[in-house]
Design a protein around this ligand. Structure first.
Ligand code: URA
Length: 436
């Protein structure tokens, strides 16, 4: 198969056969097809798109480029959740123990922060001792013993995606729905799951800014999963302002723990319980979504979900004491209040700008090789619809050291992210749709 023929066909809008896609991905993974040809292919896909069949073939080729876990020897239905990424999205930290406490088996392979969005692995690593790089044997043991295990992508899982993603990142070809969908699903399907709940974020802090695009992505993701015999449900949830209040790794761990102790912010609680209920239902642990919601809520009320998180943390080498005594988590060097310059109502918060403010404090990476400062970030005190008087705090910055931006400059970013006006405007809805 000549790569130039495949690129030309896609460039001219002609459909590709599954074998052509398979050969292209195989050649690329084995180093026989150079980056420049694969980049040209991605750009052709960016402009021409892929059919459902082509997207399925690309996903399958990337999935088969590495190992596919077989978890059938572990009893129970395995269901994971994937979020397309947001600001303050610490849902996985609370969701995995809630679902596990309801009897769902949760093999969760998570990612690092990307651009303005945070990553579950960075958050987990702020728990002293927590290991995200377990080998397959230990991954299975923890999963069988506790019902959940949260690790990073291994070298052997969907290696084609890892290479292709890095290439897309530097060739402006990330924002293509079939490429995003095949990238996400190849990794998720390699986990050996039976079902998947997708949280497709929409709004200023999401990669998909418009509901139509998010819905299209959700449909493609669901189609791929179902085409491979998996149970898949997608929720479209709002990301027009940070979820909860905390943005930054240790701060988000603290907020997720507070949620499990019954003291979490309402928006975070609602999204977490809804996704948990979908997981419980997919796993066949409840008769209806309503029952599943109640089951999930009970695990918070009776403390089972919090105990489960402590169990998972201990099994992965972390110190569960840090979930009780927050002083054991990484701390910022100092705090700085960002105060409202005028009175009024918060009409909008640019969530992407808030995410970038957290990155500027050192909570995320500008380059892949950058180290993350786990103690820094920010906590928002006013959300959309809230009234604020001049001089009252909008947000507290938790600043650190290590070459990060000066808190004064970050405070200016936060000021620009807040739109304060005379009239109260309603917040965008948290739930925008369900596909499944
Ligand atoms: N996340 C992924 O895993 N892949 C993409 O292409 C985009 C977001």
């Amino acid at each position: 198969v000549l790569p130039t023929e495949i690129i030309r066909a896609k460039r001219d809008g002609r459909p590709l056969a599954p074998e052509q896609i398979q050969a292209l991905v195989d050649g690329f993974t084995r180093g026989l097809i150079p980056d420049y040809q694969m980049a040209a292919f991605c750009m052709a896909v960016f402009f021409r798109g892929l059919t459902e069949e082509e997207t399925g073939a690309l996903t399958e080729a990337m999935l088969r480029s590495g190992d596919v876990l077989d978890l059938s020897d572990i009893p129970g239905v395995k269901v994971d959740k994937h979020s397309t990424g947001g600001v303050g999205d610490k849902v996985s930290l609370a969701l995995a123990p809630i679902a596990a406490a309801c009897g769902v088996v949760v093999p969760m392979i998570s990612g690092r922060g990307l651009g303005h969005t945070g990553g579950t692995l960075d958050k987990l690593e702020s728990i002293p001792g927590f290991q995200i790089g377990l080998g397959e044997g230990r991954f299975r043991e923890v999963l069988a013993a506790t019902g959940a295990c949260l690790i990073g992508q291994t070298e052997r899982l969907a290696p084609a995606d890892r290479r292709l993603y890095a290439l897309r990142d530097v060739t402006a070809t990330v924002e293509s729905i079939p490429l995003i969908a095949s990238s996400i699903m190849s990794k998720k399907l390699a986990e050996g799951i039976d079902g998947l709940v997708l949280d497709v974020k929409v709004g200023s802090g999401a990669f998909m800014k418009r509901a139509e695009d998010a819905e299209r992505l959700a449909r493609v993701l669901c189609d791929i999963g179902r085409g491979m015999g998996k149970r898949v449900v997608a929720l479209l949830t709002g990301m027009d302002q940070p979820l909860g209040a905390a943005v930054g790794n240790a701060l988000e761990v603290k907020e997720a723990v507070e949620l499990l102790r019954g003291r979490g912010p309402i928006d975070l609680l609602e999204v977490t319980l809804e996704l948990a209920a979908e997981m419980v239902l997919l796993a066949g642990r409840a008769e209806s979504l309503e029952d599943a919601r109640c089951m999930a809520g009970e695990t918070i009320d009776d403390g089972r979900a919090f105990s489960k998180l402590c169990q998972i943390v201990a099994a992965q080498g972390g110190e569960p004491e840090a979930l009780v005594d927050y002083a054991l988590l990484p701390q910022a060097r100092g705090t700085f209040e960002v105060r409202a310059r005028a009175e009024g109502f918060v009409q909008a918060i640019d969530a992407e700008a808030i995410g970038l403010a957290a990155v500027a404090l050192g909570a995320g990476r500008v380059r892949v090789e950058d180290a993350v400062d786990h103690g820094v970030g920010l906590v928002v005190h006013r959300k959309v619809g809230d009234r604020v008087e001049a001089g009252e705090p909008l947000c507290t910055l938790h600043w650190g050291a290590r070459g990060a931006e000066h808190p004064d400059a970050v405070a200016e970013r936060v000021q620009r992210a807040y739109q304060i006006g005379e009239h109260a405007l309603p917040a965008e809805p948290l739930f925008l749709g369900r596909i499944g």
